[in-house]
Design a protein around this ligand. Structure first.
Ligand code: AMP
Ligand code: MG
Length: 402
C-alpha cells in the first residue's frame, strides 16, 4: 500500500509537458502561455476622452458656475475612430465622444452633464482641472511592458489583453486532450433499454465533464465490455489523438478485471493499492509515452480519484502548478470517523455564514452513491492519522467545481 502523496508524486514526476503550439487567439483559450507577451505600443495608444462631453482649455472654464456659465463656440464633433487631426485653441471647444482622440490644444474634458449639450455654442456650468477626464497614452500599459508572463493561463481577461496588444496568434501549451473510456460488461448507453443486471454508464460522462472542468478537452469513447482484446484495441486506437487516457473499471481484485489484465506489463503501467477511501485501487503509467490513468469503477471512487490524481496531472502537463482543488478550512457539522492509515474524502455541503465556513457530511458515503456526490459541493479531506473527528473540529475542505 502506498500513500496518496507517494502516488501523486510518481504521477507528477512522469507526466510529460505538452509541447507549445502557435494558435489563433480564441483557440488558445485555456492554454498556458509558452512565451511572454509584451505590448508593442502604449495602451491606450493616444490621449483620449474618458467621457462624452467637450474638449476644452481648462483655464477657459475655471470660473464656470450654474449661475454664471461659460459660453464657448463648438468647432465640431470628434468621434471614437477619428484620426486625431482636430485641434482647438483657447476660447473654442469641440464636442468629443468617449474613446475619441483628444484634440491638440485641449487639456480637459467637460462631461456633457455639466453643460447644456449645445452643438453650435455650449454653456458650461462647472470648471475642471487640467487633465480632467483624459485617459493618457500609456497609463494602462507602457510600450514594451510584459502584459502576460510565460506560464499564464489564458482566460477571458488575458485573451482580451493580448487582443488589445494586437496579437492574433500566441504560443501556448494547449489544453490536454483526454480520452475517457469506461469498461464493464454491465454497462449500457444512457437512452437504451436495460436488461436485468445492467446499468447505464455514468463514469465516462462524468469523467469527460471533469476533464473540461479541470481545463482539458475530454473525448468520450463508447463503452467497451470486459473483453481484453477490445479494450486494448480501443486504447491503442486512441493513443494517436490523446495527450492522456482515462479508463474506469476493471482494476480491483475481481475475477474479470480487464484493465488490469491487459495493461499489466504494458508500457510503464503499474497497479497499486493507495491508502485512501474511496479510490483504493489505482493504476498509472505511460503507454507509448502517453499517460494513462486507470481509475476504479465505482463512480464516487472514479470521481475522487480524478480530483486527487488526474486534475493536478493535467495542470502539470500544461506547466501549471499541480494545485489541488480550491481549499478552505471549515467547521465540521457532525461527528466523523475515519479509518486509521487511510486518507478519507467525505462528500459534504459547504456553506458560508457568520464569517466562517461550515461543512455538513452527506448522508450516503458509499463509493457507489453518486446521488450523494451529485448533491455535494465539497470534499472533506481527513488525513491518514485522523480516526475520530468530532463535530466542531476545523477540517480541510475542497470545493468541488460547480
Ligand atoms: P469495477 O471497478 O469494474 O469492478 O466496477 C466497480 C463497480 O462500479 C461495479 O459496481 C460497476 O458496475 C460499477 N461501474 C463500473 N464502471 C461504471 C460506469 N462506467 N458507470 C457506472 N458504474 C460503473
Ligand atoms: Mg468492471
Amino acid at each position: 500500500m502506498r500513500t496518496v502523496d507517494q502516488h501523486l508524486a510518481e504521477i507528477l514526476g512522469a507526466v510529460p509537458l505538452l509541447p507549445p503550439l502557435e494558435l489563433k487567439l480564441l483557440e488558445a483559450e485555456g492554454g498556458v502561455l509558452a512565451e511572454p507577451v509584451a505590448a508593442p505600443v502604449p495602451l491606450p495608444p493616444f490621449d483620449n476622452s474618458a467621457m462624452d462631453g467637450y474638449a476644452v482649455v481648462a483655464s477657459d472654464v475655471a470660473g464656470a458656475t450654474e449661475a454664471d456659465p461659460v459660453a464657448l463656440p463648438v468647432i465640431g464633433d470628434i468621434a471614437a475612430g477619428d484620426s486625431g487631426v482636430t485641434a482647438i485653441r483657447p476660447g473654442l471647444t469641440a464636442r468629443i465622444m468617449t474613446g475619441a482622440p483628444l484634440p491638440g490644444g485641449a487639456d480637459a474634458v467637460i462631461p456633457v452633464e455639466w453643460t447644456d449639450g449645445g452643438t453650435a455654442n455650449v454653456l458650461i456650468t462647472r470648471p475642471a482641472p487640467s487633465g480632467h477626464y483624459i485617459r493618457r497614452a500609456g497609463e494602462d500599459v507602457v510600450a514594451g511592458q510584459v502584459v502576460a508572463a510565460e506560464g499564464t493561463r489564458l482566460g477571458a481577461a488575458q485573451l482580451g489583453m493580448l487582443a488589445s496588444c494586437g496579437r492574433s496568434r500566441v504560443h501556448v501549451r494547449p489544453k490536454p486532450r483526454v480520452v475517457v473510456l469506461s469498461t464493464g460488461n454491465e454497462l449500457r448507453e444512457p437512452g437504451s433499454e436495460l436488461s436485468p443486471g445492467q446499468i447505464w454508464d455514468s463514469n465516462s460522462f462524468m469523467l469527460t465533464a471533469a476533464v473540461a472542468e479541470a481545463g482539458g478537452v475530454g473525448y468520450r469513447q463508447a463503452t467497451v465490455g470486459d473483453e481484453p482484446d477490445r479494450v486494448m484495441e480501443t486504447l491503442e486506437d486512441q493513443l494517436m489523438r490523446a495527450d492522456a487516457l482515462i479508463t474506469s473499471g476493471g482494476v480491483s481484485m475481481g475475477a474479470r478485471d480487464v484493465v488490469k489484465e491487459v495493461l499489466t506489463g504494458a508500457g510503464t503501467v503499474k497497479f497499486h493499492k493507495v491508502a485512501m477511501r474511496p479510490g483504493k485501487p489505482q493504476g498509472f503509467g505511460l503507454l507509448e509515452g502517453t499517460p494513462i490513468f486507470t481509475l476504479p469503477g465505482n463512480p464516487v471512487s472514479a470521481y475522487v480519484s480524478f480530483q486527487v490524481f488526474v486534475r493536478p496531472a493535467l495542470r502539470a502537463m500544461q506547466g501549471l502548478p499541480p494545485d489541488p482543488l480550491p481549499t478552505v478550512t471549515a467547521v465540521l457539522g457532525a461527528d466523523l470517523a475515519s479509518p486509521a492509515g487511510l486518507r478519507q474524502y467525505v462528500r459534504g455541503r459547504l456553506s458560508f455564514g457568520g464569517g466562517a465556513y461550515s461543512v455538513v457530511p452527506a448522508e450516503g458515503q458509499g463509493s457507489h452513491q453518486l446521488g450523494s456526490l451529485s448533491s455535494a459541493n465539497a470534499l472533506v479531506v481527513l488525513p491518514e492519522d485522523a480516526e475520530k473527528v468530532p463535530a466542531g473540529s476545523r477540517v480541510e475542505v475542497w470545493r468541488l467545481p460547480s
